[in-house]
Design a protein around this ligand. Structure first.
Ligand SMILES: [Fe+2]
Length: 240
């Protein structure tokens, strides 16, 4: 339930999104029972997509107090229930909570805010490599991306709040590092630590192109403006 769409130009290999109130659905059918036979990996990848929708919509410069309420609730539910889904794909309570977080809470959050550079970089990769599952395209750079942004000291308080939403107590060191701990733990608990982008066809020689296209698209709502060199550095650090 959101006012955003994604469209791929298969000729130019661009995967871009656009938003307008006129695409907001009148009715959405979200039935977790229909998702019980979804492959486990896909369920986990898309659970992380919901997590990153919450994180990005929270820290975006266009966010708002109401959007942030939806984001924090969604992030907490994904952190709480995604490991259950990894252990048992037929866990209907887990599927219901993840669906609610992904489709209702994050749908409203995205309609009040916007996703930012991680989605642009991820969609650039999955535009060039159509088999690159959307949630996976966000996962492969997540730790390097958020480590980089938090290390710059930007919006540390916001990341500290998101770390707490993931069930992590206050950071012992730099503020916001509890979010990195929560992310690392959730990735470990759901079997996606070290997910390689090469699994989806990306070669190291593609990274410069991905960084260039992402930088050209631009990041209108990023709290920390990434340069092309920083994007490339994050991609190189992430590459497996
Ligand atoms: Fe997404």
């Amino acid at each position: 339930m959101r006012s955003w769409c994604v469209i791929t130009n298969e000729i130019t290999k661009e995967k871009l999104d656009f938003g307008t109130p006129s695409v907001f659905p009148t009715v959405s059918v979200i039935d977790p029972e229909l998702m019980l036979t979804l492959p486990r990996e896909l369920s986990i990848y898309q659970g992380f997509d919901a997590l990153f929708h919450g994180v990005e919509c929270y820290i975006a410069t266009c966010s708002s107090p109401l959007a942030k309420l939806y984001c924090v609730e969604a992030i907490g539910l994904v952190a709480r229930w995604l490991p259950n889904l990894w252990r048992d794909g037929s866990d209907l309570e887990a599927r219901t909570n993840i669906s609610y977080a992904a489709n209702v809470l994050c749908g409203f959050a995205q309609s009040l805010s916007a996703t930012i550079s991680p989605h642009i970089i991820g969609q650039c990769m999955s535009g060039l490599f159509p088999g690159f599952v959307h949630g996976a395209s966000l996962l492969v750079t997540a730790q390097a991306y958020y480590s980089h942004v938090i290390s710059k000291g930007y919006i540390a308080e916001e990341f500290e709040t998101l770390g707490k939403a993931m069930g992590k107590s206050a950071s012992a060191g730099c503020k916001g590092t509890n979010f990195l701990e929560g992310l690392e733990e959730l990735m470990s608990e759901t079997g996606v630590s070290g997910l390689p982008m090469s699994k989806f066809g990306v070669q190291s020689s593609d990274l410069e192109r991905i960084a260039g296209i992402s930088a050209d698209i631009g990041f209108d709502f990023d709290p920390y403006p990434l340069s092309k060199d920083e994007i490339l550095s994050i991609l190189i650090k992430s590459y497996k």
